[in-house]
Write a protein that binds this ligand. Structure first.
Ligand SMILES: C[S@@+](CC[C@H](N)C(=O)[O-])C[C@H]1O[C@@H](n2cnc3c(N)ncnc32)[C@H](O)[C@@H]1O
Length: 394
């Protein structure tokens, strides 16, 4: 007697129709009474030798169709909790080897530096010798980082490595090391010069301190170079960024006065025609956006503003033909409440959390907006992380 796995739960376990959970099971797999999983047609051989011990991926055992279904189910479930439904399009998955931004951890163990993914310090660190999600350029810097970190990382201490692929090369921010002295400075410069590192910064608890940046580091957004602050938010893959921009542009249609709320460095701001208001709370990000807009001679008004404490008022919102909303995981409850009373004909809502998205959507729909469609985006391939862009209209 076996039970069939019918879906994958939010945390990645396979579930049978009567609610039995099984780790690493795909829809269509059979679960025996003793708990063994017999692979079915949607169970693929995980491409990476470190799966599932490495914390970077949770769902490499799913083929693309069941991974897409997982993403869609998460969104359908979150909407249903708020009595909402809509047209959910086929998820756009970023390909393997496309993640241009990642946070890794490093640890000195048994006299050797280990580098891998780990959400928290108690999690075992798996030293990655291959990775199927990072871009080749990001992965290439990991091997030479091991001997460099061996000089600075003390036994049983962990360092956090923030890696981003910028226009000039790899942007590296390391938390948890304190390299001091001339020899350390020389080792860092030598490492950076040899391994395509555009910036090397450390953070020993007092904020980022740049140790190497021969030319200002930028990230080009829709062809506009924007100064990249250390540790700033950036969409995780170029493909994900392109998918979200395409969905946002489709959603707002012909609008020529748009508010881009939670604008970050301007991923959407610089992709839009006409006049754009960009609101963002991170001072360094909005400063970069403002300077880049001025250099590019774009009609952009950059506003340093905390949109949780001081959301755009109804009168401010009503000046725009379209609103773009791309909040952090918590969503944008305060702003959505005011948007529900506002008149802009279209809203493009980009979200990295279906639950807060569904909560905010309910407010917008109660205010008279219709949720027209959702475009799911799988930027964090093989993880349980779900992103989406949605269109509302009135
Ligand atoms: C998911 S990111 C989106 C950034 C940008 N739209 C993009 O695609 O690159 C969310 C942004 O919200 C900003 N943020 C977080 N809390 C905020 C607040 N209270 N008010 C305004 N912006 C905030 C973050 O700094 C971050 O840039």
């Amino acid at each position: 007697m076996t039970d069939t796995i019918v879906r994958v739960a939010a945390r990645g376990d396979g579930i049978t129709a009567d609610g039995r959970h099984a780790a690493l099971a795909a829809p269509g797999d059979q679960l025996t009474i003793s708990g063994d999983v017999i692979p079915g047609p949607h169970h693929q051989a995980p491409p990476c030798r470190h799966f599932p011990r490495c914390g970077g991926c949770q769902l490499q055992h799913l083929d693309d169709s069941s991974y897409s279904d997982f993403i869609t189910d998460r969104i359908v479930g979150a909407l249903a909790a708020h009595s909402l439904e809509t047209d959910i399009r086929t998820p756009l998955l970023s390909p393997p080897f496309s993640r241009r931004r990642a946070v890794l951890q490093a640890e000195m163990k048994g006299g050797r530096i280990q580098i891998g993914f780990s959400e928290n310090a108690s999690h075992v660190l798996v030293d990655i010798e291959e990775c199927h999600i990072l871009t080749p350029a990001l992965f290439a810097v990991i091997a030479p980082l091991r001997p460099l970190l061996a000089k600075f990382l003390r036994k049983n201490r962990r360092a956090r490595l923030h890696l981003t692929e910028a226009d000039q090369g790899i942007d590296l921010l390391i938390e948890g090391i304190e390299p001091e002295g001339l020899a350390a400075a020389e080792a860092i410069s030598d490492f950076c010069a040899r391994h395509n590192v555009a910036r090397f910064a450390i953070d020993s608890g007092l904020g980022p301190e740049v140790r190497w940046e021969p030319e200002p580091v930028t990230i080009s957004l829709s062809g506009v170079p924007v100064a990249l602050p250390t540790g700033a938010f950036l969409q995780a893959t170029r493909e994900g960024e392109a998918a979200l921009i395409a969905a946002v542009r489709e959603a707002i249609g012909e609008a020529t006065t748009t508010a881009d709320l939670f604008a970050g460095l301007g991923t959407f701001t610089f992709a839009l025609p006409g006049r754009v208001y960009a609101g963002e709370a991170a001072r360094d990000a909005i400063g970069s956006l403002k300077s880049a807009a001025a250099l590019a001679r774009r009609q952009i008004f950059a506003d340093h503003r905390d949109l949780f404490r001081r959301p755009l008022t109804v009168a401010e919102l009503d000046r725009f033909q379209a609103i773009i909303l791309d909040p952090p995981r918590a969503g944008a409850r305060e702003q959505a409440l005011l948007m529900a009373d506002s008149r802009p004909p279209v809203i493009a809502y980009v979200s990295c959390n279906p639950s807060s998205f569904a909560r905010d959507s309910e407010m917008l729909c109660k205010g008279g907006y219709t949720l027209d469609w959702i475009q799911p985006v799988g930027q964090f391939r093989w993880s349980t992380h779900v992103e989406l862009a949605a269109r509302f209209s009135r």
